[in-house]
Design a protein around this ligand. Structure first.
Ligand code: UDX
Length: 436
């Protein structure tokens, strides 16, 4: 099939590349010429495992094209995916102006019917608005079919998530569009749930909000465990055996970050409000999430007493491992709070340091974890990069001024750290359990 994907952010670029790899001819379009130039020079503008070779393979096979020419892309294809950004406005609503611009470009350009697919995360009823714009601006009275096909891929495992999804959601009222979308996704051999457009739109916000709720729930439990002297890892394990609860997304820590959960939870609260429902549960989910950063900093203060001029080493800046994404990363808030108390911060992240420079000022960026630990009064793990688990912690401890280790992700073995001589603090882990 011939496909246009408008917007080459995480979702658009991964979706476009994967569609090409499935044998389709794909035009990836972006208004950012610099990004298109980077892609055309064979490089990938984002850090995403496995994506760059896949782009290279499909460009070589002449199935994947990058262009700023949206008109050409619209004219040469039958299915047009809208994958542009829907960033939050200052009031928390999603800014849908980019989505509208694309819909208008399709309407004004197309000389024959097209299937227009919303892939970006959008509020319920956006499909109706897209349909109205298409109808309004077509000079040829073309009847467009609108589909909602939300994307559930995660950063850091985006290609795998796209190619092996738990489910594909296709919302449309058109039988023809349903058939075409079914054929497009058939090679993935995944479960396809066909719905109406509005239900598909809500599935996306409801899924992300539910996952965020699960994280805040286990964070609340971690706080109770901290106060009661219990171990949240065991509590989560015990809960997770119940098939209705499940084991995943029960890792407590310094809270969720990234571009999706914070933005989508806020947007869903606003959507609910507009539909006459006060989604207080989600407001509390946000409160708990922000609170985790403060609880973590308080733990550090409780042990170090005054932070003024203390050297604090930070391992990990990205909002999660395997990405260089710093958007809404808990590390930003935590470092700012520590700096507010006068602490001197040194930090290392395997890939996110370049991006972090825009968000975090006046810190020393180090070449590796050992340099971070040197002369530090405390070491903080803020992202659970696998390589941090492999560090020589005896060497790390020997170079520190004081042996305080705060694990904001509960990723280190507390007993092992204690046996090395660290004063180890996790989130919801009983500290006097740490010493054998
Ligand atoms: C998320 C959704 O998973 C994905 O379906 C959607 O399309 C986009 O948003 P992503 O933001 O890439 O994907 O990251 P994800 O792996 O889901 O993690 C989100 C955040 O939750 C991270 O900050 C992570 O550290 C945190 N998290 C996750 C926890 O704190 N505890 C957990 O148990 C799981």
């Amino acid at each position: 099939m011939d496909i246009a994907v408008i917007g080459t952010g995480y979702v658009g670029l991964v979706a476009g590349t994967c569609f090409a790899d499935m044998g389709n001819k794909v035009f990836c379009v972006d208004i950012d010429k610099k990004k298109i130039d980077i892609l055309n020079s064979g490089q990938c503008p984002i850090y995403e495992p496995g994506l760059e070779p896949l782009i290279e393979k499909n460009v070589k096979a002449k199935r994947l094209f990058f262009t700023t020419d949206i008109k050409k892309a619209i004219n040469e294809t039958k299915i047009i995916f809208i994958a542009v950004g829907t960033p939050p406005k200052p009031n928390g609503d999603a800014d849908l102006s980019f989505v509208e611009n694309v819909a208008r470009a399709v309407a004004e350009t197309a000389t024959e019917p097209k299937i227009v697919v919303e892939k970006s995360t959008v509020p319920v009823e956006t499909g109706e608005k897209i349909a109205a714009v298409l109808k309004q601006y077509t000079p040829y009275n073309i009847v467009f079919e609108v589909v909602s096909n939300p994307e559930f891929l995660r950063e850091g495992s985006a290609v795998k998530d796209f190619m092996m999804p738990d489910r594909i959601v296709v919302g449309t009222s058109s039988e023809h569009a349903r058939k075409i979308m079914g054929e497009l996704y058939a090679p993935l051999k995944a479960k396809i749930l066909f719905t109406d457009v509005k239900s598909a739109e809500i599935i996306k916000h409801a899924s992300n909000s539910f996952l965020a709720t699960k994280i805040s729930f286990i964070n609340a439990i971690a706080n109770i465990c901290d106060n009661a002297g219990a171990d949240v890892k065991l509590v989560a394990e015990g809960m997770g055996f119940d098939a209705r609860i499940g084991k995943s997304f029960l890792s407590p820590g310094i809270g969720y970050g990234g571009f999706c959960f914070p933005k989508d939870v806020e947007a869903f609260i606003r959507i609910a409000e507009k539909k006459g429902y006060d989604f207080r549960l989600l407001k509390e989910v946000q409160e708990i999430n922000q609170g985790q950063r403060k609880i973590f900093v308080k733990k550090v203060e409780q042990q170090l007493w005054n932070l003024n001029n203390k050297k604090i080493g930070v391992l990990g800046l990205a909002f999660k491992p395997n990405t260089d994404d710093m958007r809404f990363a808990p590390s930003i808030d935590i470092i700012k709070m520590l700096q507010g108390e006068g602490a001197k911060i040194s930090a290392f992240d395997p890939v996110a340091m370049e991006r972090a420079k825009a968000d975090i000022k006046e810190i020393e960026f180090c070449g590796n974890a050992y340099a971070v630990a040197k002369d530090a009064d405390a070491l903080l793990v803020l992202t659970e990069w696998p390589e941090f688990l492999e560090l020589d912690f005896k060497k790390v401890k020997a170079s520190m001024k004081a042996p305080f280790l705060f694990d904001g992700r509960n990723c280190l073995d507390s007993k092992k750290m204690a046996s090395i001589g660290f004063k180890y603090f996790g989130m919801g882990i009983k500290t006097d359990n740490c010493v054998e």
